[in-house]
Ligand binder design. Structure first.
Ligand code: ATP
Ligand code: MG
Length: 565
């Protein structure tokens, strides 16, 4: 699968060599620590996945694939408050769409609640966990600070018997929510605050989407996660840098629970894009306050939004390879993702004509009522895409800004007296215009020269401009949505005062009268095209109907981003 996006860039060659995670894996294999490599992607089902998650998915999947191992998709659903089936479904769809094939069934951390409970009991029996009656606030006070050690809880030295009984009572609902917790007994003076007797179980009467009301105690993330990994035989638990300080606790858990081949946590830097909203919290707010049209609004960088806008899995994989993985945080320019989707679509998609802002053009000397069908190749760079017939006639539409009544110097498109080529068709010369009451040009009149047909080998004279067009009677009307960055780049992503997103008021432009050549009617939701001179476009998979086509611009043709060759 990695093979279908070969680009001859220096960046790509670099990524063929081993990254730091692979170097560690090679070492582990050489030492005989593991026999098969197992990775996982562990999303919390509390929102839609975004481009940052795609990095994690493709990294974990890519490593499993490279080493002939397994890749698991496991929902980290240990926190029942926020989890929703809608999110589970969208995540599965996104992971599949990215091409990350996971091993076996979809896994749920909540399926391991029994084993987690047993493991907690095991720690108690080893004298490594205790039930604490301190309140959440007291626990915070006792924890100390970065510069001061913590203090032992007065309940820290309860007997194993008492702890076993109390923990069972916690499970059986004998205590109020928050009345007691189970804590790991590690070291209240540890320089690493995560090791100061972290809470590993809490009482919370919440209905869980999977286990219902079976449990009124739930494990904490730092205890649950290593156990989930160990149960599944995960060898390398790849996570982002903010978990680096939790690694000693991760190791403490798997070691003290005597897993024979304990998994190993390795951290990598999150993917950040400049001027883009990735935090679930913020996206959620934009969805809830109606700034965007759902989690898949094409201006967002959720995977669902990227898919809807017309980005391809190949373009996202290419992007991730170019970005690579690293141990320090940095931001990547969004333009790089645009570059990747252009590169991916360039050879694959037909290039058709679409007029976004139509202006009527009449060829006065072309026979009234006559239609001819011109042969047009679908993609001049890729003959495999074949050719199509494009209707041509007396009345056409051209782009409004391909005509100017009083052009500046160096304007080579249509103006009174000037001759241009109609792409794939004939030379036309502007002879007159019609205007409305406000003086705006409504119709451009031209004459054409039948000798100049494209492909006829005509060499008599040259013109400096070529413009695209559609035939008036056959063109299909469509709504075209043009996008700019959702974020107002001049202000930065977040408003410093209230933490809201600085939204660009021009992030969406809706054109209701665009005209596309009839080829578009053969396509369906999710299909994409190059519209010559205008960019890459995709038929919207949510709002488009056969009799009311809606099209998203994925990207314009030009980019400020250049790859060094
Ligand atoms: P966010 O807060 O951005 O919505 P999260 O970390 O809360 O993300 P999880 O569902 O917990 O979302 O994340 C699942 C996995 O994706 C984790 O392993 C996490 O480290 C990884 N991940 C999240 N954001 C990024 C990112 N920007 N780049 C790379 N990996 C990421
Ligand atoms: Mg999270």
């Amino acid at each position: 699968m990695e093979k279908d996006h070969t680009t001859e860039t220096a960046e790509n060659e670099k990524s063929v060599s081993r990254n730091f995670i692979e170097t560690e894996i090679d070492k582990d294999l050489a030492e005989g620590k593991y026999t098969e490599i197992v990775t996982r992607f562990p999303p919390e089902p509390n929102g839609y996945l975004h481009i940052g998650h795609a990095k994690s998915i493709l990294l974990n999947y890519g490593i499993a694939k490279k080493y002939g191992g397994r890749f698991n998709l496991r929902f980290d659903d240990t926190n029942p408050t926020k989890e929703k089936t809608e999110f589970v479904n969208s995540i599965v769809e996104d992971v599949r769409w990215l091409g990350a094939e996971f091993d076996g069934e979809i896994r749920f951390a909540s399926n391991y609640f029994d084993q987690m409970y047993e493991n907690a009991v095991k720690l108690i029996r080893k004298g490594l966990a205790y039930v604490d009656d301190l309140s959440a606030e007291q626990i915070r006070e006792y924890r100390g600070t970065l510069t001061e050690p913590g203090k032992n809880s007065p309940y820290r030295d309860r007997s194993i018997e008492e702890n076993l009984q109390l923990f069972e009572d916690m499970k059986n609902g004998r205590f109020e929510d928050g009345a007691k917790v189970l804590r790991a007994k590690i070291d209240m003076a540890s320089p690493n605050i995560n090791m100061r007797d972290p809470v590993i179980y809490r009482i919370a009467r919440m209905t869980h989407h999977n286990t219902g009301d079976k449990w009124c105690i739930y494990p904490m993330y730092d205890f649950a996660h290593p156990i989930e990994d160990a149960i599944e035989g995960v060898t390398h638990s790849l996570c982002t840098l903010e978990f680096e300080d939790h690694r000693p606790l991760y190791n403490w858990v798997v070691q003290n629970l005597d897993y024979p081949h304990p998994p190993r946590q390795i951290e990598f830097a999150k993917l950040y894009l400049t001027n883009v909203v990735t935090g679930k919290r913020y996206i959620k707010k934009l969805v809830e306050n109606g700034t965007v049209d759902g989690w898949d609004d094409p201006r967002l960088v959720t995977i669902a939004a990227l898919r809807r806008r017309g980005y391809t899995p190949e373009s996202i994989r290419m992007f991730m390879e170019m970005v690579g993985i690293s141990k320090s945080n940095s931001s990547v320019d969004y333009a790089m993702l645009d570059y990747c989707v252009r590169e991916d679509l360039k050879m694959k998609k037909p290039r058709i004509m679409a007029v976004l802002h139509p202006l009527k053009l009449v060829i006065d000397n072309y026979p009234e009522g006559q239609i001819e069908y011109l042969d047009v190749v679908n993609n001049v760079e890729n003959p495999e895409l074949g050719s199509r017939k494009v209707p041509f006639g007396r009345e056409l539409y051209i782009e409004e800004d391909d005509f100017m009544e009083n052009p500046p110097k160096k304007y080579f498109r249509l103006f009174p007296g000037n001759e241009v080529r109609l792409m794939n068709a004939y030379f036309v010369k502007c002879v007159s215009v019609e205007k409305d009451e406000e003086g705006r040009v409504t119709v451009v009149h031209c004459t054409y020269d039948p000798e100049t047909k494209s492909g006829s080998g005509f060499t008599g004279r040259k013109v400096k401009g070529t413009i695209h067009w559609v035939e008036a009677g056959h063109a299909v009307k469509a709504q075209v949505r043009l996008y700019e960055n959702l974020v107002d780049e001049s202000k930065g992503v977040y408003n410093k005062e209230d933490g809201s997103v600085n939204v660009n008021p021009n992030s969406l432009t809706v054109l209701n009268d665009s005209l596309i050549e009839p080829e578009i009617a053969k396509a369906g939701p999710g299909d994409s095209f190059q519209f010559v001179r205008n960019g890459y476009f995709c038929i919207d998979s949510k709002d488009s109907k056969p009799d009311a086509i809606v099209i998203n611009r994925i990207v314009p043709l030009k980019s400020s981003f250049k790859i060094k060759k």
